[in-house]
Design a protein around this ligand. Structure first.
Ligand SMILES: *[C@@H]1O[C@H](CO)[C@@H](O)[C@H](O)[C@H]1NC(C)=O
Ligand SMILES: *[C@@H]1O[C@H](CO)[C@@H](O)[C@H](O)[C@H]1NC(C)=O
Length: 450
């Protein structure tokens, strides 16, 4: 057992037990208590955004990540960007189950545990039935994901230095999870990332925390490139003033998901029988999932349109449930897109609001040289009637979750470079941008107000 871990508040439960200490809800001003001393609310509030380069791809990696500096001195953590959950967590340097990183790449808490009376603590509980025996108790959390993966750990608070598009470097203290017991879903291998960056709208998310510190508008967006990589941003500075289509977020009672609908499926420009879909926008999911009925309809539509073409089902390819092979093995999506028709989702309550899903946004070419359908049966994996728009269909679009106006927007764009926003960042910030591109290296550790 690591003695340092016992330094404050970390009881045995932190190390050994898997159940968590419940806490009660007591009003404690989280944001005011933890604002960096140097921070003053600017007169022109929310004038800026933070931008991060994204790494990763849908296939073969299956995730998109950002490297976030966390802690003091700051350390970089590769975090899976997840618009489907709130809590950000990193693998924890504590006796740890399901930690996949070497020790020196784990986060080490030191006297910075969030107390169980903190109002944020109530946000990260699975149940509302919480007890907080002593106010100084640590705040344990557990998150469970739709794929049955989970993380269990303790809430900590630490510096997360960010460079904003106006050139300023800000070092807010942000609460996040230190996960010491991770479970991965049976089918997939443990993720190679150090944790998850929760982009949801719940008050525990980094987005909400930055917003309540007065640093950004409550807006987050991503642009995932089909060639891999892309960018992520907090705040609304990068949003182009035109070209985006917006649809209202569904008020999603218990779950804080970004969802929209109802939508109707179009295939090759024509309406289909698939209607009334509610869709969750989830960058934490590699593929797109539809309920069984819609899924079957899509498989039939796509398969039928392949009749008479040189493609045969490749049942031997284990990559995904539905694959096809050609006369020759395929090298890239450009070899196959001609065989396939575009899909689209039309948001029926809105005029002319469609999300185009071209073949590139629902197919992958596997290492075996086959093409597979990146749309999966959600009902079969326990998602019941939920429909999830995953990374594959979010590629090559800027997707914006605007919690201020309660709307989701998107526009097809090249995610390999920054968009033409209202301001030309490359001119405004010739040195800090895009060289450092929102990410700080060790340079800033010297100037922490500790
Ligand atoms: C998750 O667990 C549920 C219930 O045990 C099960 O029905 C479902 O198939 C599991 N999902 C995955 C992706 O393993
Ligand atoms: C830049 O933006 C950040 C975040 O909104 C803000 O805290 C900071 O004061 C701004 N800096 C300047 C010079 O306006």
């Amino acid at each position: 057992m690591d003695v340092k871990m016992k330094s404050r508040g970390i009881g045995l439960s932190f190390f050994v037990f898997n159940f968590f200490v419940f806490s009660s809800i007591l009003p404690l001003s989280f944001s005011a208590a933890n604002q960096p001393r140097s921070f003053k609310k600017p007169d022109h509030q929310f004038g800026s955004s933070a931008v991060f380069p994204v790494q990763g791809n849908v296939y073969p990696l299956g995730h998109y990540t950002v490297s976030l500096n966390m802690g003091y001195p700051p350390k970089l953590f590769d975090l899976d960007i997840d618009s489907g959950s709130d809590l950000t967590w990193v693998q924890c340097d504590a006796p740890c189950k399901g930690c996949t990183k070497p020790n020196d790449q784990l986060y080490k808490p030191k006297n910075n545990l969030v107390r169980c009376v903190d109002r944020l603590c109530a946000e990260v509980q699975l149940t509302t039935d919480q007890h907080c025996a002593t106010p100084d108790d640590q705040c344990d959390y557990e998150v469970e994901y739709a794929d049955n993966g989970s993380s269990l750990g303790v809430l900590v608070q630490d510096y997360v230095p960010l460079q904003f598009t106006n050139g300023s470097v800000v070092r807010p203290r942000i609460a996040f999870g230190c996960g010491y017991d991770q479970k991965f879903s049976g089918s997939t291998s443990p993720p190679s990332t150090a944790g998850v960056l929760g982009l949801g709208s719940g008050s525990a998310s980094i987005l909400s925390q930055l917003h309540s510190l007065g640093l950004i508008r409550n807006v987050v967006g991503h642009c995932l490139s089909g060639r891999g990589g892309g960018f992520l941003f907090f705040g609304d500075d990068l949003i182009p003033s035109s070209g985006i289509v917006w649809t209202p977020m569904l008020p999603d009672s218990s779950e804080k998901h970004y969802s929209a609908g109802p939508a109707e499926l179009f295939f090759n420009g024509k309406t289909t029988a698939v209607k009334g879909l509610e869709l969750i926008f989830d960058s934490g999911s590699s593929y797109t999932y539809f309920n069984s009925q819609a899924y079957q309809a899509i498989v039939d539509l796509v398969s039928n349109a392949l009749k008479g073409k040189q493609l045969k089902r490749a049942t031997e390819d284990p990559s995904l449930p539905v694959c096809w092979k050609g006369a020759k093995s395929f090298k890239s999506l450009s070899d196959v897109t001609n065989y396939f028709k575009p899909l689209a989702l039309s948001f029926t309550k809105m005029k002319n609001v469609k999300m185009q899903i071209p073949p590139e946004a629902y197919l992958i070419v596997t290492k075996y040289g086959n093409v597979c359908l990146g749309i999966l049966d959600g009902t079969e994996v326990g998602l019941e009637n939920l429909n999830i728009i995953g990374d594959i269909s979010l590629q090559d679009k800027m997707v914006i979750y605007d919690n201020e106006k309660q709307q989701i927007g998107w526009v097809s764009t090249n995610c390999d470079r920054l968009p033409n926003a209202d301001r030309d960042f490359e001119d405004d910030f010739p040195h800090t941008y895009p060289d450092s591109f929102g990410i700080l290296s060790d340079q800033c550790s010297a100037t922490y107000d500790k």
